[in-house]
Design a protein around this ligand. Structure first.
Ligand code: HEM
Length: 236
C-alpha cells in the first residue's frame, strides 16, 4: 500500500462505540420524551438510563482511556481556543489529530448538559403514573426544581446536536476533513496526521473491565440503591 494510503489509529473502539450509542440514546430519549406520550414513557426511561450509564463510562474513560479520549489531552484554556479560532477560516490549516479546541468545547457542553438532563430525570415524577427512582428521596420543592430543569433542556440539547452536525459538515465541505469516517473506523490517513499522533491500541482489556464495572454501578445506582417508591405509582 502506498505510504499516502496508509492509516493511523486515532480513536479507540470504546470511544467510537460510546459515541454512536450515546447518539442513539440521546436522540431516542429526546424523541420519546418530546413526542412519545404515555405509550413511550418506558422507552424514554430506558434511553435515559442508558445515557446515565454512558456518561459514567465516558467520565471514567476520559481519565484512563487512550490519549485522544483523555480529557487532559484535549481540554484547553481560552488562549489556545482563541489561537485555534483565528485559524478557522484558513482552508489549509493543519487538522487536529484528535479533538480540536473547538470540538473539546462541544464535548464539555454535551457532557455537562446531558449530565444535568439525565440526573434531573432521576428525581422527578409526572404525578400520575411514573416517577424516577430517586424521586422519593427529595422534597416536593426539589423535585419541582429538577422538573423545570428537565423540561427546559430538551430544545437546547437539539441545538447542541444541530451545531455539532453543522460543524462536522462545515469541516467536510469547507476544509475537506472526513471526520465521520474516522469516528467509524478510528483511523485517519497518514497524509493528515503525524506518526506521533497515532495511538498504539484501544486498551481493550481495560475497556471491558470498565464497561462491566460501569454496568454494575449503573444498575446499583438506578435499581438497587434507590429508596422504596411512593405508593400508587407505577415504577421503572
Ligand atoms: C445525534 C446525536 C449526537 C450526539 C449526542 C453526539 C455527541 C458527540 C460527542 C459527545 C462527541 C465527543 C466524543 C468523545 O470524545 O467521546 C462527538 C464527537 C464526534 N461526533 Fe458526534 N454526536 C451526535 C451525532 C453525530 C453525527 C450524526 C455525526 C456524523 C455526521 C457525528 C460525528 C462526530 C465526529 C466526527 C466526532 C469527532 C469530532 C472530532 O474530530 O473532534 N456525531 N459527538
Amino acid at each position: 500500500m502506498p505510504e499516502s494510503n496508509q492509516q493511523r489509529l486515532i480513536w479507540d473502539w470504546p470511544t467510537r462505540l460510546w459515541h454512536w450509542l450515546f447518539a442513539i440514546a440521546v436522540v431516542g430519549a429526546w424523541i420519546t420524551g418530546q413526542w412519545g406520550g404515555f405509550d413511550w414513557r418506558q422507552w424514554h426511561f430506558w434511553f435515559g438510563q442508558s445515557v446515565v450509564g454512558l456518561l459514567i463510562f465516558r467520565l471514567v474513560w476520559g481519565i484512563v482511556g487512550p490519549r485522544h479520549a483523555r480529557f487532559h489531552h484535549f481540554i484547553t484554556g481560552p488562549r489556545r481556543l482563541w489561537a485555534y479560532l483565528r485559524t478557522l477560516p484558513e482552508r489549509t490549516a493543519p487538522e487536529s489529530a484528535g479533538h480540536s479546541p473547538l470540538a473539546a468545547l462541544s464535548v464539555i457542553a454535551f457532557l455537562a448538559v446531558l449530565t444535568l438532563q439525565s440526573v434531573s430525570g432521576l428525581f422527578i415524577s409526572d404525578d400520575i403514573l411514573y416517577e424516577g427512582p430517586w424521586f422519593p428521596a427529595v422534597s416536593a420543592d426539589t423535585a419541582d426544581w429538577f422538573s423545570s430543569i428537565h423540561h427546559q433542556l430538551g430544545w437546547p440539547i437539539i441545538v447542541l446536536i444541530g451545531l455539532h452536525i453543522l460543524a462536522i459538515l462545515a469541516y467536510r465541505y469547507y476544509k475537506g476533513y472526513r471526520l465521520t469516517s474516522a469516528m467509524i473506523t478510528g483511523k485517519k490517513p497518514n497524509s493528515r496526521v503525524p506518526a506521533s499522533a497515532s495511538i498504539p491500541g484501544s486498551r481493550s482489556l481495560l475497556a471491558v473491565v470498565v464497561i462491566v464495572l460501569v454496568i454494575v454501578l449503573t444498575w446499583w445506582l438506578l435499581v438497587v440503591a434507590p429508596p422504596e417508591p411512593a405508593a400508587d405509582l407505577d415504577f421503572w
